[in-house]
Ligand binder design. Structure first.
Ligand code: CA
Ligand code: CA
Length: 341
């Protein structure tokens, strides 16, 4: 993973490493991440926490041009606390935003860090220790992320037929089955008139979506080749026409053509978006802005009317890869304001 990992300076790392059996033992990967249960039923990652430090503390923890920070000058109590729990890596929670970094600093996003420490440590005790420090404003667990579950009871026993209300406003072949947009009770015996979001009048009288609106899909990755989505994707042309492996538009993200893969995993290369195994991100993107009136598939809530200057644009901010995967994701702090036109 190549995302601005801030390593401890050797001066601090030596005593940390020497206090453990092996530094390699502590260096977990996404696939090896262990979870623990906290009071209240929260599932959290072992050996991880997020902290927000004070403005005074962060001034001493600034990374150099190489990305390496010197903890020698960090507040003594904070350094000692990190040492006590076997900290082996510190990284910015919100990735540095390149030319837009000033904006991140203004909102204090540069003061959030992920602490990686010995997963054998008691997480509750570690959080309590950090919460007691003057230099730390917030210390919290890294909650597990997992796919939202859909219960079978909420799903129809049989697929709905692609019919439904007459006079559909667009020619998408599946629009009749999208009862959640317009439900007049005619789809089948189970459908209930009015159980919908009533978007048809909005399309007719107000808008079908405008391309100057970018909607971030914070979910599994979008299939950017999908025939009913590709024309409504936000495309970062500087990256599309740029050099692979280079942050061509200077926003802190490399090769972010359609968004970014924020999954925290050692095998995620270059932030490249990959559709999740359940197609969930693609499904959500389609609900938001599948291309309308293109004679293909379904309609999206804000998918336009088929004309060039219509439909919102989709930005894939991937935080999931698999249905049953547990882990964490880095935060897409700067992507949304940066990529908006
Ligand atoms: Ca970029
Ligand atoms: Ca369509």
């Amino acid at each position: 993973m190549k995302k601005n990992i801030l390593y401890l300076a050797l001066a601090l790392a030596l005593p940390i490493i020497s206090s453990c059996s092996s530094s390699d033992d502590l260096r977990d990967s996404y696939s090896e991440t262990r979870t623990v249960s906290l009071p209240g039923g929260i599932q959290a990652l072992a050996g991880r926490m997020h902290i927000k430090v004070s403005p005074e503390a962060v001034r001493k923890m600034k990374p150099g041009t190489s990305g390496v920070i010197s903890m020698q000058s960090a507040p003594t109590r904070l350094s000692r606390a990190m040492n006590d729990i076997g900290t082996y890596r510190i990284e910015r929670l919100f990735a540095p935003a390149g030319q837009f970094e000033e904006r991140s600093i203004a909102f204090g996003l540069d003061r959030w860090f992920t602490i990686h420490f010995d997963s054998r440590q008691d997480l509750t005790a570690a959080l309590k220790k950090f919460q007691s420090l003057d230099e730390v404003q917030v210390a919290e667990e890294v909650a597990c992320l997992s796919f939202p579950e859909t219960t079978t009871a909420a799903m129809p026993a049989e697929p709905l037929k692609a019919k439904g209300p007459a006079s559909a406003p667009f020619n998408d072949p599946q629009i009749g089955a999208q009862w959640h947009y317009k439900n007049d009770g005619s789809i089948d015996s189970r459908s209930r008139a009015g159980s919908d979001c009533n978007v048809w009048p909005v399309w007719k009288d107000y808008t079908t979506g405008k391309p100057n609106v970018i909607v971030a899909i914070i979910d599994g990755g979008i299939d950017v080749t999908h025939e009913d989505l590709k024309d409504n994707l936000h495309v970062n042309t500087a990256e599309l026409n740029g050099t692979q492996g280079v942050d061509d538009d200077g926003n802190g993200f490399v090769d972010d053509v359609y968004g970014y893969n924020f999954v925290e995993a050692s095998d995620v290369v270059g932030g490249k978006i990959e559709p999740d195994d359940a197609g969930h991100g693609t499904h959500v993107a389609g609900t938001v802005a599948a291309r309308n009136n293109n004679g293909l598939g379904v309609a999206g809530i804000a998918g336009g009317d088929g004309s060039t200057n219509s439909g919102v644009r989709l930005l894939s901010c991937q935080i999931f890869r698999k249905s049953k995967e547990e882990g964490s994701a880095r935060q897409p702090s700067s992507m949304l304001p940066i990529m908006a036109p």
